[in-house]
Design a protein around this ligand. Structure first.
Ligand code: MG
Length: 158
């Protein structure tokens, strides 16, 4: 077995029309995050943890943020590609655990749906939880949202 860790952060967008997408789910009633893709920090952290566990580098290496084909891309498409990449390398995900850091919006009611969607995409249990930074630092001032992810992978025996 191997373990990998991922981290990602995005600042809130000035564009009030930009939707907030986290964990593959659109969350209504909140400012969106700035980014080249849909800025889904949860999926990005998860992808980095998966690639790290399989020893395949990181998301920026495989999906560069200056690639015009990736403008506004649904990050779950990238996640599906990452899962396929590690399968090609002989690995499957055992489980994953994500911690979102967000002062706002309140995410508790959205976490089960994120977990369900990400578990389907990963083919393994993905736990998603959220916490606040208690007003400390950039995240605590509500300037953006960050996410940590840890993933365990095991050899694909099939
Ligand atoms: Mg990102």
């Amino acid at each position: 077995m191997r373990v990998g860790v991922g981290f990602d952060a995005h600042q809130f967008s000035e564009d009030t029309n930009r939707p907030l997408v986290l964990g593959g789910k659109r969350i209504e009633g909140s400012r969106g995050l700035e980014g080249h893709s849909d800025a889904d920090a949860v999926v990005h952290a998860l992808c980095d943890a998966i690639l790290g566990a399989a020893g395949l580098g990181d998301i920026g290496r495989h999906f560069p943020d200056d690639d015009p084909d990736l403008v506004g891309v649904d990050s779950t498409v990238i996640l599906a590609k990452v899962v396929a990449m590690i399968a090609n390398a002989g690995w499957m995900i055992a489980n994953a655990d994500c911690t979102i850091l967000a002062e706002e919006p309140v995410l508790g009611s959205h976490l089960p749906a994120m977990s369900e969607r990400l578990s389907l995409l990963a083919g393994a249990p993905v736990n998603v939880k959220a916490t606040r930074a208690e007003r400390m630092g950039a995240i605590g001032r509500g300037e953006g949202i960050a996410c940590f992810a840890v993933v365990l992978v095991e050899p694909d025996g099939s």
